[in-house]
Design a protein around this ligand. Structure first.
Ligand SMILES: NC(=O)C1=CN([C@@H]2O[C@H](COP(=O)(O)OP(=O)(O)OC[C@H]3O[C@@H](n4cnc5c(N)ncnc54)[C@H](O)[C@@H]3O)[C@@H](O)[C@H]2O)C=CC1
Ligand SMILES: N[C@@H](CC=O)C(=O)O
Ligand code: NA
Length: 430
């Protein structure tokens, strides 16, 4: 039977995502009511700039006092789309204390303080949902937490940042410059408030920490995730990738070790073959492969950033949390029972593309090859191009531990004949 008393929702933040959440809540009110079994009412909107015109939102609902809003006591669900650590963290815990469940899109906060926030939610009998925090509109958190709860996930690999995929795609396909592409991604609402989070890989690392934690039922902290951004990827890297039949993507890779005793999580640019499905992920789209023991390989694909796609994920959580409220229950929470150690990057085994500037004289190739051999790194291909006594040497290796590759590169740098290491990039997806 339909409940007539509305469920009250308060919105914290009304920027790119928040304004779309408010719009969909208003325009789809009847459908949401039917799906939830009770009307949902936007009961307050906390903003920083109250003078801004916000179409479709009753000005009476606007407040600059987010703390008073979460303390009101009559709010059923808080939607936190402010971002950042504080005041979002305090507002969420205060909301739990005052009777509200929480839907958040805040990956930075969940990756840093997810354990404590889940604990606070449980203590107060509330829900904490955050589907929008990873890969925007793509359902990923719930499939991992619920649909795959009976399987054993061994690997999660994919593109989880829309901004950097947008930039790399533009650099690759149109030859656009880095700054020009970043400015466009920002204008389209894809980038974080501080886009350093995107381009230096912090945002993808936060998502990797969240995904690894849920996939492997263990605790993975942001600091456990190896991170390299994409600011040093150059047009020369793309040209080199093309010669190998590859392109370059910023990947997040979470893996269970072969012996099952540990996990690793990493974010870095990587060359992937053009034949791999991730190579054709364009613009701000994301795509994530999940490999599970019984299921095999699953692929999740869709818009990874932007106001409307992200609001879709927020609204999905909102419906779920409202249904739980009506049923006087809470959804599945945190699961970190396996307590697996997180391995260091040195343990990761993969292939490498190394570009060296060397002296173009007899014996250099043999010298370089000897350094690789001494460190147990087997060479797959070598390409040399030279002019005026200098040469560029591109070495692609077979699979080797990251620690061995680091040792190799350190030793190469010490050779007089090696003028510089122009780039080192991992090769994935083969
Ligand atoms: N934009 C996107 O594509 C996606 C964003 N997210 C996440 O969603 C959250 C929001 O992102 P956007 O909407 O893009 O950011 P935004 O910067 O457009 O919106 C945040 C809003 O919160 C307001 N705000 C800041 N402090 C406040 C306070 N104390 N009280 C009230 N309002 C306050 C700001 O004035 C701003 O309007 C972030 O956690 C972000 O990481 C997640 C997935 C995709
Ligand atoms: N800045 C993020 C927004 C979505 O999470 C991105 O570009 O992916
Ligand atoms: Na998602």
């Amino acid at each position: 039977m339909m409940r007539t008393r509305p469920l009250k929702v308060a919105l914290l933040g009304c920027g790119v995502v928040g304004s779309e959440v408010a719009r969909i809540m208003t325009t789809h009110a009847d459908d949401l009511t039917a799906r939830i079994g009770a009307p949902v009412e936007l009961a307050g909107v906390a903003v920083r700039r109250p003078s801004k015109v916000r179409e479709g939102i009753d000005p009476e609902l606007i407040t600059t006092d987010a703390t008073a809003l979460v303390k009101r006591g009559d709010i059923d669900v808080i939607v936190e789309v402010i971002g950042g650590i504080e005041p979002a963290r305090t507002l969420i815990t205060t909301a739990f204390e005052h009777g509200a469940s929480v839907v958040s899109a805040n990956k930075a906060l969940i990756a840093q303080d997810g354990a404590a926030l889940h604990q606070a939610a449980v203590e107060h009998g509330r829900d904490l949902y955050y589907e929008a925090a990873v890969a925007g509109a793509i359902p990923l958190i719930r499939p991992l937490r619920e649909s795959l709860a009976g399987d054993k996930v061994n690997r999660v690999l994919g593109i989880v940042n829309g901004t950097t995929n947008f930039i790399l795609d533009a650099m690759d396909t149109t030859g656009a410059g880095y700054q020009e592409a970043l400015d466009e991604a920002t204008a389209l609402g894809y980038a974080e408030a501080d886009p350093t989070a995107d381009v230096e890989g912090f945002d993808a690392a936060a998502k990797a920490a969240i995904l690894a934690g849920i996939a492997f039922h263990t605790r993975v902290r942001l600091d456990d995730v190896y991170r390299e951004g994409m600011t040093e990827v150059t047009a020369a890297d793309f040209a080199s990738a093309k010669r190998m039949g590859c392109t370059i993507k910023l990947l997040a890779i979470c893996e269970r070790a072969a012996d099952g005793g540990s996990v690793t999580a990493r974010v870095h640019p990587a060359m992937i073959p053009l034949s791999h499905p991730l190579a054709s992920v364009r613009g701000a789209y994301n795509a994530v492969f999940v490999e599970a023991e019984a299921a095999g390989q699953l692929m999740f694909y869709g818009p990874g950033a932007g106001g409307s796609p992200t609001a879709s994920a927020v609204l999905g959580d909102l419906v779920a949390v409202c249904r739980n409220k009506l049923a006087e229950t809470t959804g599945p929470g945190d699961s970190a029972y396996t307590q697996l150690p997180v391995g260091a990057m040195g343990e990761v085994v993969t292939r490498y593309h190394i570009s060296l500037d060397v002296a173009d004289k007899p014996g250099v190739l043999a010298q370089v090859a000897t350094v690789f051999a001494e460190h147990g790194v087997s060479i797959d291909t070598v390409r040399q191009t030279g002019k005026d006594g200098e040469a560029s040497l591109v070495v692609v290796t077979h699979r080797a531990p990251d620690a061995a590759l680091t040792g190799t590169v350190d030793a190469l740098r010490r050779l007089d004949t090696v003028r510089g290491v122009a780039s080192i990039m991992r090769v994935e997806g083969e």
